[in-house]
Design a binder for this molecule. Structure first.
Ligand SMILES: [Mg+2]
Length: 244
């Protein structure tokens, strides 16, 4: 428990652990679909729902690899369904628009910066372990103002498979030169963040804030038990054996 052991490294999930992503993804999708519907004279609501469906299909078609986060495939599939012919150069254009909008509207949870600052001053190594492409993760970190506190960013793209596969966690441990038993993981996904980290021997906790939280990934058949649950980001200090 807290206080008995001072951990040397903190691994963090990014979306819905440091940054409030859940609602922003919907807002971003709405922004981009409105641009598309205006351009092609389509109905806003119908096309938005169409895009949501296609997002689900892409997510499920590429389980555990970063392609499942591709937005260009979603927009192509949605547009292909409603238009026979269109200028396909819009596809990378709206993909860029999507990420630019998302990145420029990022909000952090309360006490993220102050807590990371303290941990950094205490000499704790801090890294992001996140599913998706490396470039986009680094852009999110930079835009959120997290870069001064984050030593490294590791993306599933680097190891092919997403969490809960152990490769992303072991890559982080090896690059940070820390052992699993001296490391703590914090995330918002039971299966990917908690079980994934626990499988390689890392103590793993759930971030479940009262507002804008997004705990997910709990399976009805196999229940994942987190080693700890925190409701405010600053509580990670205690979990790591340091004074709050
Ligand atoms: Mg997450």
């Amino acid at each position: 428990m807290a206080g008995t052991h001072k951990y040397k490294a903190l691994l963090l999930d990014l979306d819905d652990t440091l940054i409030k992503s859940n609602k922003l993804y919907d807002k971003t999708l709405l922004h981009v679909t409105r641009y598309i519907t205006k351009k092609f004279g389509l109905d806003d609501k119908t096309f938005f729902n169409n895009v949501m469906d296609k997002e689900m299909i892409i997510q499920r078609s590429f389980p555990t690899v970063h392609t499942r986060h591709s937005r260009i495939l979603v927009f192509r599939m949605a547009l292909d369904e409603v238009l026979k012919v269109y200028d396909y150069s819009i596809l990378p254009e709206v993909e860029d628009m999507y990420w630019e909008y998302f990145i420029s509207h990022i909000e952090l949870y309360d006490n993220v910066i102050s807590t990371l600052k303290k941990l950094k001053e205490l000499g704790v190594k801090i890294a992001i372990v996140s599913d998706g492409s490396l470039g986009l993760r680094i852009k999110k970190v930079k835009s959120a103002g997290l870069q001064p506190y984050i030593d490294q960013v590791f993306a599933s793209e680097e190891v092919i498979f997403e969490k809960p596969f152990g490769a992303l966690f072991t890559l982080a441990l090896s690059k940070l030169e820390v052992e699993a038993k001296h490391t703590i993981m914090l995330g918002n996904n039971y299966k990917n963040d908690i079980r994934g980290a626990q499988l390689v021997g890392i103590r793993a906790g759930m971030f479940d804030p009262p507002e804008d939280g997004n705990p997910m990934g709990q399976d009805s058949q196999i229940r994942v038990i987190p080693d700890f649950v925190i409701n405010d980001f600053s509580e990670i200090l205690n979990e790591m054996g340091y004074e709050k």
